[in-house]
Structures are given as C-alpha cells and as structure tokens.
Design a protein around this ligand. Structure first.
Ligand SMILES: *[C@@H]1O[C@H](CO)[C@@H](O)[C@H](O)[C@H]1NC(C)=O
Ligand SMILES: *[C@@H]1O[C@H](CO)[C@@H](O)[C@H](O)[C@H]1NC(C)=O
Ligand SMILES: *[C@@H]1O[C@H](CO)[C@@H](O)[C@H](O)[C@H]1NC(C)=O
Length: 287
C-alpha cells in the first residue's frame, strides 16, 4: 500500500516535470546527406509532441555552402498551410506533414548544398521549439576536361600543356600522364583548383608521344589527350640536296641559253642562205 502510494507519487512527479519542461522534441535520422546533382533527396526531420497538431508550425531554413552569409527560408508549414520559397517552387515539398516534418527536394542543384535546419513549434506546448540540423552535399561528376598546348614543338623548344575542368563536386583531382609509347606520370603544376599545367623544356625526340589528362572525383573520371609530335630541323643532307638541285637548274638554264644562241646563229645563216639560193629554187620549181 505504502509502496504503491510512493510509486504513484513518483509517476505524478515525473509527469509534471515532463509537462513543465515539455516541449517539441526533434530528431534527425541522418545528419549528413549526399545526393548526385539532379537526383531527389529526402531531408528527414521527425518530431514528438504532446499537444494536438492544429497549430503546428514547421520552418525549414538553409545556410548555403556557397554563400553562408545569406541564409534563406526553404519552406514553411503553418496551421496546415504550406509556403515555399519562390526560388524553389515545384522542387520542394513536405512529405507526411503534419505527422512528420520531412521534406523532399527534387532536381537538386549545387546551390542546394549547405546546412538545413528544421524548427518545429506546436503551441500551446510550452518550451523552446525543437530544432534539427543536417548538412546536404550535392555532388557533381567531373565535366569533360579541355586539353590545350602552346609553345614550340621543335627540338630544343618549350611546350606547355594545360588541362582545365569546369565542373565537379568534390573538386576533381587532375593528373597528367604520358601514355604512349611508354607510361610515365608527370608532375603537374596546379593553377587554382581547376587547371593543371605541365611544362616540357628543351624538347627532344623522347618527349614525342601521347599525353593524357585525367580529372576524377568520387563520381567518375574523364580524360582529354594531346598528341605531341616533335619536329626536327631540316637535316644537313637535305641542304646538300637543295644545293645540288640549284646547281643543276643553273646548269640547265645555261645550257638553254647556249642552245638559244646557237639557234639564233644558225637561223641567221639559213636566212642568208635562203636569200642567196631563192632565185635558183624558184627557177627550179616553176620551170
Ligand atoms: C518530387 O518528385 C516526386 C517524384 O517524381 C514527385 O512525386 C513529387 O511530387 C515531387 N515533389 C515536388 C515538390 O515537386
Ligand atoms: C638540351 O638537350 C640536349 C640533348 O638532350 C643537351 O645536349 C643540351 O645541353 C640541352 N640544353 C639545355 C639548355 O638544357
Ligand atoms: C600521334 O601522332 C603521330 C604522328 O602524327 C601518329 O603517328 C600517331 O598515330 C598519333 N597517335 C594518336 C593516338 O593519335
């Protein structure tokens, strides 16, 4: 009897303390989420409350990773009404309200990355609102990199090859490799996060070949290539050949001149002869 009274008292005490400090309890099942750009993601936020849900108020906010100084409201549930951020209209919605504060975000973009908070109030339940927090990372596979080269591909020249990648979250790693005729990895020189260059000075024939730039992150790898041909200056033998050709053509010209002079000389003699011989010829033909 006495023990029952004590336990009753104990229960009442517990209950009153619960009611006194009673407030909405919020829990987030998964506080760090990752999603591939374009996919949908469910941001979980469940709550526990004692009171009826007629005056339930849920506010989701975002502190964007790209601009932490500009937090924004994502979506609000208030007295059964839903108000979306106009910038997210058609992409965000509650799933299961009012029993759950979960939201779904469709067609995700990189700008959706950041820290989300769900704040749940259920007046007249006293106490602070329940707050849940989670971080969302929108991942992007690397885009096709662009390989470019500039410089002088002649023997002894200097060539700079660059590889630039526009997109990718996490920031893609950039690697340069020579893949043909034999595989060698090259020390790259990063210029910021998205560009890597390789400089080859005093080019020799061994530098000719196929070079590959690979950009990679957790979601994939993309490559671009540069086929480096090394041009040799004209070999001495070809110089000799050119000289020989020149001499030959000069000799031909001389020969032609000589032939011309001879011909002029002979035709002059012929004319003289014809002048002398014509009467005889005419006489002969017409008689
Ligand atoms: C998100 O996409 C799902 C599946 O396509 C769809 O059922 C839901 O209505 C979409 N939500 C919003 C807010 O557009
Ligand atoms: C360039 O390479 C050639 C052959 O590999 C070498 O003889 C020469 O000294 C090098 N020149 C410079 C400036 O490094
Ligand atoms: C690279 O260029 C060389 C010479 O122009 C050519 O023989 C070779 O096939 C090319 N390789 C590739 C992979 O394009």
């Amino acid at each position: 009897m006495r023990s029952t009274g004590r336990s009753l008292l104990w229960t009442a005490c517990l209950l009153s303390s619960f009611l006194k400090y009673g407030s909405v309890k919020v829990s987030v099942r998964d506080p760090t989420l990752e999603v591939v750009q374009g996919d949908s993601v469910k941001l979980p936020c469940s709550f526990y409350t004692m009171g009826p849900l007629s005056r339930l108020n849920i506010i989701w906010t975002l502190v964007p990773l790209s601009d932490p100084g500009a937090p924004s409201q994502v979506i609000v549930y208030d007295h059964g009404q839903v108000i979306e951020n106009p910038a997210l209209t058609g992409r965000v919605g509650f799933v299961g309200a009012p029993w759950s504060a979960d939201i779904v975000l469709n067609n995700t973009r990189v700008s959706d990355s950041g820290t989300y908070r769900c704040v749940v109030n259920n007046p007249p339940e006293p106490g602070d609102p329940g707050i849940g927090e989670l971080s969302l990372d929108v991942l992007v596979p690397p885009s096709l990199p662009v390989c470019q080269w500039e410089g002088d591909m002649d023997l002894g020249g200097t060539v700079t090859m660059s590889c630039t990648v526009e997109e990718g979250v996490p920031v893609p790693e950039i690697l340069w490799e020579k893949v043909e005729p034999n595989s060698i990895s090259l020390p790259p020189d990063m210029e910021g996060d998205s560009k890597s260059t390789v400089c080859i000075a005093n080019i020799s024939a061994q530098n000719a070949g196929l070079y590959r730039c690979s950009v990679m992150n957790a979601l994939g790898t993309q490559n671009c290539y540069i086929n480096l041909s090394v041009y040799s200056p004209p070999a001495p033998s070809s110089g000799i050949l050119q000289g020989a050709l020149l001499t030959l053509s000069m000799a031909l010209v001389l020969l032609a001149l000589l032939a011309l002079v001879l011909w002029i000389h002979r035709s002059g003699r012929d004319r003289k002869c014809r002048e002398e011989c014509t009467p005889t010829f005419l006489r002969r033909s017409f008689v």
